[in-house]
Write a protein that binds this ligand. Structure first.
Ligand code: ZN
Length: 148
């Protein structure tokens, strides 16, 4: 969990640093779509897999001692697992965001259906965020217009 958090922080820092550099390249062309946290995590995971493959090859061809091979392999596997967990966490966060966005959209639709006069104060003009009996700004009683 702590490792995952550390990886996440490292990734977001990396994105934070790399992102402005990339956006200079594509100046005026909108945001590059592949520079997401998930995309970055996937790219790094593929690099680790590549390294693992190379390591395997070098060990098979006798270029590397078993002891080194095993310690490097453990490191790479740990890194891959960390990146995998970070990806899953980022995916979950993305889903959470989607739920919140849907909720907000639903509330907006709901609110837009309510007659505006019902919660705009006639005394001070303040737009109360909800239909209320008294103005949240000046305390005046709101005229019961827009009957249900
Ligand atoms: Zn008012």
């Amino acid at each position: 969990m702590l490792l995952t958090l550390a990886v996440l922080i490292a990734v977001s820092m990396a994105v934070y640093i790399v992102f402005p550099l990339l956006s200079v390249e594509t100046a005026g062309g909108g945001l590059p779509t592949d520079v997401t946290v998930l995309g970055d995590l996937k790219r790094r995971r593929l690099v680790v897999y590549d390294n693992l493959q190379d390591l395997e090859f070098e060990f098979q061809s006798g270029k590397i001692a078993r002891e080194d091979y095993e310690s490097l392999r453990t490191n790479y596997l740990g890194e891959a697992a960390g990146l995998m967990a970070a990806s899953q966490e980022a995916e979950l966060l993305k889903q959470d965001d989607a739920v919140v966005e849907r909720e907000i959209a639903a509330r907006r639709v709901q609110r837009s259906k309510l007659p505006k006069v019902e919660y705009t104060c006639s005394a001070c003009g303040y737009e109360n965020p909800l239909p209320v009996k008294f103005c949240g700004e000046c305390g005046a009683r709101l005229a019961p217009t827009g009957k249900k």
